[in-house]
Write a protein that binds this ligand. Structure first.
Ligand SMILES: Cc1cc2nc3c(=O)[nH]c(=O)nc-3n(C[C@H](O)[C@H](O)[C@H](O)COP(=O)(O)OP(=O)(O)OC[C@H]3O[C@@H](n4cnc5c(N)ncnc54)[C@H](O)[C@@H]3O)c2cc1C
Length: 423
């Protein structure tokens, strides 16, 4: 029997690959989606802490695209065709109601990332897509300008067109191990090496371990490079085993990466930015006065923001005798206490590696991708989607939106090109 030749072979069953498959299959194309894991969407299932921040409900296109940095112009036409509103409508139409939370982050009402995968997989079954799991693509067989087939161990799969949707290098245990980057280079594309992009920061201070899991609500962090103020962020900061995390840290890690290239990076956290130092001092004076006979160490829980007393104790222990009675604490000691809350010093060693990153940046140069179809300008039957594209973006739903849009455009672009070829 002659071997089946699919209209479209999609390598990688993550967000963008599945979207491309749904769109193209709805247009009647014969599709195979090849996934090395035993099921689709492993990374999607852990996205948004298992809740899946599906998009960012910024409906002003220009404002939305500002979040994609240098790719703003490149993405304009694609997002005009399939943007945030289309994404929300798409998911609601396939039975997944969407809600919008703080910072315009959109989630499934069910708060379940697995529901997103189920809804999408249901569509794939509905349109008879061949879902080939447990199958690792090991080779792309090609000439200078065309892909002929792909090899999966001792099996060959053939298509007229191909989508590469194998993701980047973040969280490799989900399957994204950077295979796509290697193939793209072999195919003649330029690929910028990925570095972790949305990722926590590693600090030199080991005391962070003691407060690991504590979140400082509404904090302010100022970053310095070689002692010179670089930038400031306001928001919640989470202490981790290795350093600091939280939405503002993750979203701005790439700025910190730039600073790390230039010099020594330090930071100061103001855990109570709403109070100026004078007001906080007055509050501490009152507390010490009301509890004059108690030892200072027993008052730290009242002085420090919630959960941070162990940190204040650790930072001040070699400067203040914490056994001192509150009523006997001098002005300089009070200042030490205050500084540990208002000017908490940290030294940033590095960004955490890809194993902790949400996305890694880098990827195929946008100059080599057609902006209207996401087709390769080098290989005439190849489309590239999702994390494989060199597009930096913050956390907050922007990564998945990029996957939905690029997947949609590739799936749709394939059919447009195909129809053009037939005409
Ligand atoms: C912990 C975490 C949380 C996140 N949360 C959010 C969020 O809430 N909102 C948001 O917008 N973004 C989030 N992101 C980012 C978002 O999940 C990714 O941008 C998105 O999933 C990338 O989709 P993709 O289609 O490019 O590739 P992936 O989802 O990485 O899928 C690629 C697939 O290709 C398969 N594959 C790879 N190589 C081969 C091969 N050789 N053969 C066969 N198959 C192969 C892999 O197994 C994988 O299933 C999060 C990321 C992480 C790690």
């Amino acid at each position: 029997m002659a071997q089946k030749i699919y209209d479209l072979v999609i390598v990688g069953g993550g967000a963008s690959g599945i979207m491309a498959a749904v769109v193209a299959s709805r247009k009647g194309a014969s599709i195979a989606i090849i996934e090395k894991n035993n099921r689709l969407g492993e990374k999607l299932r852990i996205s948004g802490g298992g809740r899946c921040n599906i998009t960012n409900a910024e409906f002003d296109l220009r404002a939305l695209l500002k979040n994609y940095g240098k790719a703003e112009q490149f993405l304009y036409s694609a997002f005009t065709e399939f943007g945030v509103r289309d994404t929300i409508d798409f998911f609601e139409e396939i039975g997944l109601p969407i809600k919008i939370e703080a910072r315009k982050r959109a989630f499934p009402v069910s708060d379940s990332a697995s529901d997103v995968v189920h809804a999408l997989t249901h569509e794939l079954h509905k349109y008879n897509v061949d879902i080939i799991t447990n199958t690792r693509v090991t080779k792309i067989n090609h000439s200078k300008s065309t892909i002929f087939s792909i090899t999966c161990g001792n099996r060959t799969i053939k298509g007229r067109n191909y989508v590469l949707a194998t993701g980047g290098t973040s969280r490799p245990e989900t399957g994204s191990t950077g295979d796509g980057f290697n193939w793209l280079e072999q195919l003649g594309h330029s690929v910028k090496s990925p570095t972790p992009s949305i990722t926590p920061l590693k600090t030199s201070e080991s005391w962070v371990k003691k407060v690991s899991g504590t979140s400082v609500k509404g904090a302010r962090i100022t970053f310095y490079c070689d002692g010179i103020k670089a930038f400031r962020l306001d928001g919640d900061i989470l202490f981790t085993h290795f350093g600091i995390s939280g939405p503002i840290i993750l979203s701005n890690a790439y700025h910190v990466a730039e600073l790390l290239e230039q010099g020594i990076v330090t930071a100061k956290i103001d855990c109570l930015p709403a109070l100026d130092p004078k007001e906080l001092d007055t509050r501490i004076v009152e507390l010490l006065h009301q509890n004059g006979v108690k030892q200072v160490k027993n008052l730290l829980r009242l002085i420090a923001p919630e959960g941070l007393a162990p940190m204040v104790a650790e930072l001040t222990a070699n400067k203040i005798n914490l056994d001192t009675k509150a009523g006997e604490l001098g002005k300089n000691d009070r200042k030490t206490l205050l500084d540990s809350i208002k000017e908490l010093p940290l030294t940033i060693e590095a960004l955490m590696g890809v194993e902790k990153a949400v996305v890694a940046d880098g990827g195929v140069s946008l100059k080599e991708i057609d902006t209207r179809t996401f087709k390769s300008n080098i290989i005439d039957n190849l489309y590239v989607t999702g994390d494989l594209l060199d597009i930096t973006r913050p956390s907050g739903g922007y990564s998945l939106q990029l996957c939905w849009t690029s997947g949609y455009i590739a799936g749709n672009g394939y059919t447009i090109n195909n129809e053009r070829d037939k005409a």
